[in-house]
Design a binder for this molecule. Structure first.
Ligand SMILES: *Cc1c(COP(=O)(O)O)cnc(C)c1O
Length: 372
């Protein structure tokens, strides 16, 4: 038996009839950009996340880039302002800051949650700190009361990278989960990626920004379409980053089962948490808000564990093998003083966890990890 890490074809097959029908409708409509499908998806996704505005974009990186660029072009940030961000994230989070000539300041991660260590924020603060980019890495909500108060106290813009956590929520202890706000609605603006492998994945590239801020939404919509506020009236320095009608139609179909898909991911994760019993593995705690885009374990013998699983037909991935501050493209940008981020990069292994996974596959992963 081969257990694939993420069989996108099997996941698409769960929605095959509705995807086929929706694709056919777009093809026959004769309208392939900026039409009914993107407008409908934007409306549905904004309602789902809980923000008044949603702007669809070409991909998740562009969504992040557009937020920072719009903040610059509307005068709320200026060149070389500093943006705090976890040192343990996907490179896109950091590039979206530096590509706008803002300065990313890497803050080390926590060894238990694998996310930004709020106790280290104060130390990185300078008179030029203007924003915090909060990455809900692996699908776990990284927002805390501490982060909220820190941003308020220091007047920082709070931007969310929600690429990995569609459908996640921020719950306070004792609060009803169903009533809690969603990730993507917690700060000034949030970027979402619909890369095919994400929890809400398109059949190609797509992304979106959600925000409560009408002026920012207007600037982002214009900048994503050549800076035009009206046809051929270019108020901003713009670029082209638009979502295809076809992708919007696919996403609108898949959005309807996102909560059910995430519930299945959580069920699988709970089994891993309770039944994986290997003494040298660390499994991060589940606080109930996780949507398990990725199920990470830490193992000091990570490479042998990965080989052991591969020998039994189980595919795994590493998110991410080289920390940002040691990437060649970041040479000279950061000090090598992020011990936790470096350790996670050396020890992390991602186990298969997706809505099309069968109970037999989950059994096999648990049994094989425990026999390591
Ligand atoms: C996937 C991802 C992105 C970028 O999304 P794309 O759609 O691939 O451009 C940004 N940040 C994080 C944390 C991601 O996982």
């Amino acid at each position: 038996m081969i257990i694939p890490y993420l069989p996108l074809g099997r996941i698409a097959a769960m929605h095959a009839d509705r995807l086929n029908a929706a694709a056919l409708r777009v093809i026959q409509s004769g309208r392939y950009l900026q039409g009914e499908s993107t407008r409908t998806f934007e409306r549905h996704y904004a309602r789902y996340i809980g923000t008044p505005f949603c702007i669809s974009t070409g991909n998740g990186y562009d969504a992040l880039w557009l937020i920072f660029n719009a903040l610059l072009q509307t005068g709320r940030l200026k060149e070389s302002d500093q943006v705090l961000v976890s040192g343990h994230t996907f490179i896109a989070s950091v590039l979206a800051i530096s590509d706008n000539r803002l300065r990313p300041i890497l803050v080390d991660a926590r060894p238990d949650t694998l996310q930004i260590d709020e106790k280290q924020l104060q130390r990185e603060l300078t008179p030029h700190t203007r924003a915090l980019l909060l990455v809900h890495l692996y699908g776990r909500c990284a927002y805390t009361e501490g982060i909220k108060h820190f941003c308020r106290e220091h007047n920082l813009l709070l931007i969310e990278d929600n690429a990995q956590a569609q459908g996640g929520r921020y719950t306070l202890p004792g609060e009803q989960r169903e009533a809690a706000p969603r990730t993507g609605s917690l700060g000034h603006a949030a970027a979402h990626s619909f890369y095919p492998g994400k929890n809400l994945g398109a059949l190609g590239d797509a992304g979106a920004v959600t925000t409560h801020d009408e002026a920012l939404a207007g600037a982002i919509r214009a900048i994503s379409n050549y800076g035009m506020t009206r046809k051929y009236v270019c108020h901003y320095r713009g670029r082209n980053s638009r979502m295809d009608e076809l992708q919007a139609a696919m996403l609108d179909v898949k959005l309807r089962s996102l909560d059910a898909d995430n519930a299945r991911r959580r069920t699988i994760a709970q089994r891993y948490i309770h039944q994986i019993a290997h003494p040298i593995l660390y499994i991060p705690p589940d606080d109930g808000t996780h949507v398990y885009h990725i199920f990470p374990v830490l193992c000091p013998e990570r490479d042998s564990l990965q080989q052991h699983l591969a020998a039994h037909g189980i595919e795994t991935l590493i998110h991410y093998p080289i920390p940002i501050h040691r990437q060649r493209c970041c040479k000279g940008m950061f000090d090598d003083n992020l011990p936790v981020a470096s350790r996670i990069a050396a020890q992390e292994l991602s186990l298969p966890c997706h809505p099309a996974m069968t109970d037999e596959e989950v059994d096999a992963v648990i049994g094989t990890v425990n026999s390591f």
